[in-house]
Design a protein around this ligand. Structure first.
Ligand code: HAM
Length: 438
């Protein structure tokens, strides 16, 4: 994220891994928000925002106790009243909670929701990895048909493409349902145990707690072992295989290129069947080359029930907003220039200043942007500023003009000056701008 100048050592500093979002950053956030909003209304997703703080147990149960997000990264706190709350590390569990708690289960399905806001994970800060980061996400609850999996991928690609990002790569896999996955886990564990000595210390731990997590280990030795091991797609039951096949057929129909990645498992426990990630990278890069993912998602058919709701199949994904904004800056993707004022309002003396204040408000109502420097006194200082802004017109309101209820309109290019009655100046400027500015 950006900074206005050289960072200073000050008494109070921002917590590590967090960042201020400055106007320059928020221009990108706004562009991303507007794009999501437009796409959401086309696909008929309604916006939801949930509290940043939730009961910690919602995430422990929903995301999974043995996941990195919960085990190592969750910011949890005990309130004075003794409640154990957590800053949300992600939105999906909160959306599922709201879906149940707010009675959305009775609505016609799928219930389509989207969100845009900050999440918190106590990770080791590095490029593209923050402790506070923003996500936008789209969730479709109550739909079992694989068409929605493909449509969600299409929707995220549409957003990224509208933001002018290129070389987008979809990686996809199916991790089955709890039943066929349990069988695969057993086979995988047996295989890994036979090669345990070569695994890194993290994978040795994962082998006991969550063997699937060994599959996306970045350690080269582990990758070499795993590449010889059993692959989840070979162990899918008939239903999960058929579901996955249909998702891929829909992707083909939508002309979405994808890579099957048998090692993609994702770090959250609620996933069933389809999992996918979208990254921006070199199309010829290797599958196991670590690329920062922009979007991660998949199906989570068991989550709503796990949290106490009805059996509700669901699918969704979320994207990292800083990662997208950073990439847009890196690729020098231009944002539309905002309409800068073409007029500067100069005032001389206290009486003129208070009239200028009123005039400034009249221009706002007429939707004509105007620069001012009400705290400056001298004509020279104000004209210098007008010059710096490169405005086309300057309005001058001095003592004499106030008494005569007039305003001078000066064309900065040729120096021509005309005087207008105060009550007519807004219309005069409007006409002037319309006629003379292409
Ligand atoms: P996730 O993969 O943990 O999935 O996060 C989604 C996206 O958030 C990532 O692809 C990445 O762009 C961004 N992200 C994650 N952690 C960080 C971080 N520390 N710093 C910056 N960006 C980060 C989920 O959160 C799921 N809830 C997605 C989902 C929605 N699945 C189904 N529905």
């Amino acid at each position: 994220m950006s900074g206005a100048g050289r960072p200073k050592k000050t008494r109070y500093q921002i917590p590590r891994g967090m960042h201020d979002l400055l106007p320059e950053d928020l221009k990108y956030f706004q562009k991303i928000f507007d794009t999501c909003d437009r796409i959401a209304s086309y696909y008929r997703f309604g916006r939801i925002e949930t509290p940043i703080l939730e009961q910690a147990e919602l995430f422990t149960k929903g995301v999974g106790q043995s996941t990195d997000i919960i085990e190592k990264q969750m910011y949890a706190l005990k309130t004075e009243g003794g409640d154990l709350l957590a800053l949300r590390p992600e939105y999906t569990a909160s959306v599922a909670r709201a879906f149940i708690e707010k009675g959305m289960e009775v609505l016609s399905k799928p219930v389509k929701l989207w969100y845009f806001g900050p999440c918190f994970r106590h990770e080791k800060p590095q490029a593209g990895r923050y402790r506070e980061f923003w996500q936008f996400g789209f969730e479709a609850l109550g739909e079992r048909n694989p068409v929605i999996d493909a449509q969600i991928i299409r929707l995220f690609l549409n957003i990224l493409e509208e933001l002018k990002l290129k070389n987008l790569m979809v990686q996809i896999n199916s991790i089955g349902d709890p039943k066929c996955r349990a069988h695969y886990k057993k086979v995988l564990t047996r295989f890994l145990k036979s090669s345990q000595a070569g695994l890194c210390s993290d994978c040795k731990k994962r082998l006991k707690q969550n063997p699937l997590r060994t599959l996306d280990c970045k350690n080269e030795k582990c990758q070499a072992i795993i590449s010889q091991g059993p692959q989840v797609l070979d162990y899918l039951c008939k239903e999960c295989r058929a579901h996955f096949k249909e998702v891929l057929e829909f992707l083909d129909a939508l002309k979405i290129p994808y890579r099957l990645n048998p090692y993609l498992v994702r770090g959250l426990d609620y996933y069933t069947k389809t999992v996918f990630e979208i990254s921006c990278g070199n199309p010829s890069s290797e599958l196991n080359q670590p690329l920062l993912s922009l979007v991660g998602g998949g199906r989570y058919d068991g989550l709503v029930k796990l949290l106490g709701g009805k059996d509700t199949p669901a699918c969704g994904a979320a994207a990292g907003i800083e990662r997208i904004a950073d990439l847009m800056k890196e690729k020098e993707i231009k944002l539309k220039e905002e309409d800068l004022p073409k007029v500067f309002l100069v005032q001389l003396g206290n009486l003129a200043r208070s009239k200028a204040l009123i005039l400034f408000e009249e221009f706002r109502k007429a939707k004509i942007p105007v620069y001012e420097a009400f705290s400056k006194d001298s004509l020279r200082a104000q004209l210098a500023r007008a010059d710096r802004f490169g405005v086309k017109y300057v309005l001058i309101l001095g003592q004499k003009e106030v008494l005569e209820k007039k305003v001078i309109l000066r064309d900065m290019k040729n120096g021509n000056q005309r005087t207008f009655r105060m009550g007519e100046i807004v219309e005069a400027v409007k006409t002037e701008l319309k006629n003379n500015i292409k």
